[in-house]
Design a protein around this ligand. Structure first.
Ligand SMILES: Cc1cc2nc3c(=O)[nH]c(=O)nc-3n(C[C@H](O)[C@H](O)[C@H](O)COP(=O)(O)OP(=O)(O)OC[C@H]3O[C@@H](n4cnc5c(N)ncnc54)[C@H](O)[C@@H]3O)c2cc1C
Length: 298
């Protein structure tokens, strides 16, 4: 197939916050032949490449971005690779939506990913962010990851050779652009009904406490280390009076103070100003420094 190139794609149409100005170009990459075409095309497109998934953890500023968005579009159904040592190996393309992967696991009774229910990212973005919730982090269940660089093409890397931290993944390839192309997870066999029940339980808890259908990018700040039990960035923001705080079309959610939501017509400038406001309020009240979790594209 031929690599699909789109000129001046708007980040506001590619991020769940619905914010962000135009980039230089977007490349949709469906298969390995198109990765070769991408390596040839990149030098001529200018700017810097940026891997993009569902855009559900991105806050892009309103102006022009000297970026070429590289979107894996390998969305085929996951492959059950092998059943060994009590585990089932499942391979999924970076372009596959996490909700689809979870639906697949539910139907086959594959357990391990249930805590990630409700996260709207793609497999590549979930690996790149070491996404986690309800006791599950991608890095704990990933066995290996297939990475692509323009110079070296595709290579598999064991998860044990990568660095993982709180919303951080380091494939230890040095500086330069890399793309997560495929991921392999070790899951365990269970009853489909049991997997479904756990997914439903996670989703109903999230629905009650998070604005799951609003235009957001999930939590904007990380939970600071060393907080007493029951405390979180959301609770600090809430206690500092940020719940529902609004600026133009942007606001801290009424349901969860660590979610910034676009109520309609919001701008990235408003979002960043509100984040500063929240950070300052928490510092002044509790002496705690909040660190940004959402990836800000300046
Ligand atoms: C309602 C809502 C709930 C959320 N809940 C959670 C939660 O519970 N836990 C949690 O961890 N997150 C949560 N998030 C945030 C977000 O969904 C996750 O971080 C998700 O894993 C991001 O995936 P994405 O495909 O959208 O990545 P994007 O937002 O597109 O990209 C995020 C980062 O990953 C990089 N990236 C993306 N794809 C690739 C790739 N193929 N190769 C290399 N780098 C790549 C990008 O360059 C960027 O730096 C939530 C977001 C929303 C909107």
């Amino acid at each position: 197939m031929t690599l699909t190139l789109i000129r001046t794609p708007r980040l506001s149409e590619r991020t769940t916050l619905r914010l962000g100005g135009p980039a230089l170009a977007e490349a949709l990459v469906r298969d390995e032949a198109e990765l070769d075409q991408l390596a040839e095309a990149l030098p001529g497109l200018g700017g810097h490449p940026l891997a993009l998934g569902a855009g559900s953890n991105l806050l892009a500023t309103d102006g022009h971005h000297e970026l070429v968005l590289v979107r894996p579009d390998n969305t085929a159904a996951p492959l059950v690779q092998a059943k060994a040592h009590g585990g089932v190996l499942v391979r999924a393309g970076a372009g596959l939506g996490l909700p689809r992967l979870l639906g697949f696991c539910q139907r086959l009774g594959l357990a391990g990913l249930e805590g990630l229910t409700g996260i709207p990212g793609r497999v590549g973005g979930a690996v790149a962010m070491n996404a986690g919730s309800y006791g599950v982090e991608v890095g704990q269940i990933l066995t290996r990851v297939r990475l692509w660089t323009p110079a070296d093409g595709l290579t598999w890397r064991a998860a044990s050779d990568c660095g993982f931290g709180y919303r951080r993944f380091d494939p230890r390839l040095g500086e330069g652009f890399h793309l997560v192309w495929e991921a392999e997870f070790r899951l365990t066999q269970d009853e489909p009904q049991a997997v479904r029940a756990r997914m439903e339980s996670v989703y109903s808890k999230k629905k009650a406490t998070q604005p799951v259908t609003a235009r957001s990018a999930g939590c904007v700040f990380k939970n600071p280390a060393g907080l007493p039990a029951g405390m979180s960035a959301g609770k600090l923001l809430d206690d500092a009076g940020m719940r529902g705080k609004r600026l133009g079309g942007m606001a801290f959610s009424e349901l969860h103070a660590n979610f910034l939501v676009n109520l309609g017509g919001g701008t990235a400038a408003q979002a960043l100003e509100l984040m500063d406001f929240g950070r300052n309020a928490v510092r002044a009240r509790f002496g705690v420094e909040l660190e940004t979790e959402v990836v800000v594209l300046k």
